[in-house]
Design a protein around this ligand. Structure first.
Ligand SMILES: Cc1cc2nc3c(=O)[nH]c(=O)nc-3n(C[C@H](O)[C@H](O)[C@H](O)COP(=O)(O)OP(=O)(O)OC[C@H]3O[C@@H](n4cnc5c(N)ncnc54)[C@H](O)[C@@H]3O)c2cc1C
Length: 438
């Protein structure tokens, strides 16, 4: 990755952001010989939340070619999920769906670093500690202005390109510029507070708790419990466990950061099952982080010379671990659109339109699964029904099974029936459990 090299003045594609979306799209384009420059504000490894990955991610890792690097890293393989939602316990086991490769619990700083290094190895020119400021999209050669902070100095610059791909995550560089970011309606507006613990016991698919040092021997599940004000995740990784609260934004209004951290720790102590898992665990105070008001979408995603992907396009409550999958999916379709548009510029608008629909479809699918209420709020039900029909049956049945694990997905079930998928819905129930031995 380029530390002292000057940033070029021109290239085919500028990618803003080196998270899963940006690194994947950059790798896919660069491996076709397209001249890609990726600007990343941070210096990897940088902290990131979102450690639970479902097995669907592998096909995108295969596409970019990063699979062997992820496999070599030895991330924790997980067996499935257990939720305790309003006192009802459900379990899904990925093995029952016929996936041959595991779901993972990954330290995102390391996972994202691997993806970024892979993009560079495919030929993308990666510049870290360089923030994109805005993009002038007028004319044949859009210009991205940036602030280069490498080596402790700060220098402004510009780079021209044919296409700008905004993968800047929640920062949403283009959405900010377009003023196109919309928060979802207030009842579904969430805040997340999370941190890391060492030596937490964890839950395995047998519904029992195990000591932290067993995690590579007895696969964990992603463990979720609902509580009065929201829900909690517990994700066991190699050395630490990520534990986070998701609550309605209103619940923490008026609290400063210290107040939120107190609220976070107090809630975990008294939360069913979680309190016991954390009884002898050590909290790592520096790991405390928060993300306010995070359910949003942008009303403008793709155009003749720009694309917004991953969290820069939209984000919903992460209860079904769709974030990285969404980033990978967006990257794969946009890489195809941009590569084709470079070959045949006359089709640029058409490719952009197709991608806009696809990105909305996936977002709508995730949103209806995670948020329950599903109106005209940035998504179209018909797009989602069409998407459901295209999802490979094994993946659809896993998502349908997962949807029985919270009580938010009635609308998702209705849409599956309307899409002619009642048979899959009938087959896809999660297993109810009577009790957990925690
Ligand atoms: C509380 C919470 C829990 C989550 N849990 C899960 C989970 O369990 N599983 C899951 O799959 N997903 C989860 N997610 C979602 C997941 O983390 C995101 O969807 C995923 O990181 C999106 O990838 P991305 O590449 O779009 O954005 P990011 O990972 O955010 O990457 C964006 C990158 O852009 C860079 N950047 C920002 N601004 C600029 C700029 N101006 N110039 C240059 N670079 C810039 C940033 O430094 C960053 O590296 C969770 C999210 C939250 C908030």
């Amino acid at each position: 990755m380029q530390n002292n090299t000057p940033i070029p003045e021109r290239c085919d594609v500028v990618v803003i952001g080196g998270g899963p979306a940006g690194s994947s799209v950059a790798a896919l384009l660069a491996k076709q010989g397209i001249d890609v420059v990726l600007l990343e504000r941070a210096l990897h490894p940088r902290p990131q939340v979102g450690e639970s990955l479902i097995p669907h991610v592998w096909k995108y890792a295969d596409l970019t070619g990063v699979t062997p690097l992820i496999e070599q890293e030895g991330f924790v393989a997980k067996a499935g999920g257990i939720t305790v939602w309003n006192d009802k316990i459900h379990r899904i086991a990925f093995a029952e769906f016929g996936f041959s490769r595991p779901a993972l619990h990954v330290e995102r700083d390391r996972f994202d670093e691997i993806l970024l290094q892979h993009a560079a190895s495919q030929g993308a020119q990666v510049f870290q500690q360089v923030s994109a400021r805005e993009a002038d999209l007028s004319g044949d050669w859009p210009a991205v202005s940036y602030q280069d902070r490498r080596g402790g100095e700060s220098q402004a610059g510009n780079i021209r390109c044919r296409f700008v791909i905004d993968a800047s995550g929640a920062a949403g560089v283009l959405a900010g510029q377009f003023q196109s970011k919309r928060l979802v309606d207030s009842s579904m507006r969430f805040l997340s507070l999370w941190g890391h613990f060492q030596n937490s016991r964890y839950v395995a698919a047998d519904g029992r708790s195990h000591a932290a040092d067993q995690v590579s021997l007895v696969k964990p599940v992603t463990f979720v419990t609902s509580f009065e004000d929201g829900w909690i995740w517990h994700i066991a990784m190699r050395k630490v466990t990520s534990v986070g609260l998701v609550i309605n934004t209103d619940k923490a209004r008026g609290m400063d950061k210290a107040g939120r951290e107190r609220f976070y720790l107090d809630t975990l102590k008294t939360a069913p099952y979680i309190g016991r898992l954390l009884e002898n665990a050590d909290y790592l105070p520096d790991s405390f982080s928060q993300r306010p008001d995070y359910s949003y979408y942008s009303t403008r995603l793709c155009g003749e010379n720009f694309y917004c992907i991953g969290d820069a396009a939209a984000f919903v409550d992460p209860i079904y671990s769709h974030g990285v999958l969404n980033a990978f999916y967006n990257a794969s379709i946009v890489a195809l659109a941009v590569a084709e548009s470079l070959k045949a510029p006359a089709y640029r608008a058409r490719h952009a339109q197709i991608c806009e629909n696809r990105i909305r479809q996936f977002y709508g699918f995730s949103r209806s699964l995670a948020l329950g209420e599903f109106g005209g709020d940035g998504v179209e039900a018909e797009l989602v029904r069409r998407f459901m029909r295209q999802v490979p049956p094994v993946e659809l049945e896993l998502m349908l099974a997962a949807s029985f694990m919270s009580e938010r997905s009635r609308n998702f079930h209705r849409m599956a029936v309307d899409a002619g998928l009642a048979l899959h819905l009938g087959r896809a129930k999660a297993h109810a459990m009577d009790a957990l031995a925690i």
